[in-house]
Design a protein around this ligand. Sequence first.
Ligand SMILES: CSC[C@H]1O[C@H](OP(=O)(O)O)[C@H](O)[C@@H]1O
Ligand SMILES: Nc1ncnc2[nH]cnc12
Length: 290
Amino acid sequence: MAAVKLGVIGGSGVYDIEGLEEASWVTVSTPWGDPSDQVLTGRLGGTPLAFLPRHGRGHVHSPSDLPYRANIDALKQLGVTHVLSVSACGSFREEMAPGDFVLVDQFIDRTIRGGKSFFTAGCVAHVSLAHPICAELAALAARAARGTGVRVHEGGTYLAMEGPQFSSLAESHMYRDHWGADVIGMTNMPEAKLAREAELHYASLAMVTDYDSWHPDHGEVDVTAIRKVLAANGANARATVAALAGLLEAGAGCSTGCAEALDYAILTAPEKRDPALVAKLATVAGRVLG
Ligand SMILES: CSC[C@H]1O[C@H](OP(=O)(O)O)[C@H](O)[C@@H]1O
Ligand SMILES: Nc1ncnc2[nH]cnc12
């Protein structure tokens, strides 16, 4: 069985991971610029782990300015094979209440930021994103999360909006009533797209902090309300990561084809490829670019 290394991208409220053996914060440089912060590496149980706080320690990066490409490249450089994205989210469903965890399985991308692909002019590739989540990793994460006692929902559509402002009431209703979204956040796109391009297994643990703005019995979403839920969610997320590390030791399997995403994806003829871009793609696509 291929070696497994768990990468964890910690979102709002999750800026470190406790209990790592041989823990050390390491600086990683990438051709896509600096990642959000140093990466905390170590072992959790028997499993090697790399943890990156998405917004940086102290929450210094806005979701609209995050170095998404550098973050994925940095994790892959460190040997990460499986990424658990941990995120705060709003809920469009009564039954997905604050404090609940949702193992997202679909996305709607409404972000308008740049840097959403590693493959640009000079090396064009089109990966499949019909199933953006690694089914087996998500199933293991759900099992791990359930062990902490939180209510876990397996499956849900995450609407990735362009922040940093929250949605208007009209948008909130549109996403919920007409588009069928279940939860909303600002970061999982382009992250999931880039993870697929980098052939990483990716699952998203979305932790509900609020009902966005649509719910008649809850006020409009604001950060004060979110902060109250973040601490408890963060503790349950850390417990989930510890349990997932134990489960991953035995391997995960993959029916989604995450690690072969680039097999037939690159369209640019070898003689037309931009050598500078090909060099930048060494970590992400070295398997197929040679
Ligand atoms: C804390 S309010 C909005 C903020 O929280 C989420 O961050 P993350 O996905 O990194 O957990 C959301 O996407 C916004 O960036
Ligand atoms: N309601 C919401 N909208 C967007 N991102 C969020 N993160 C947490 N709650 C959110």
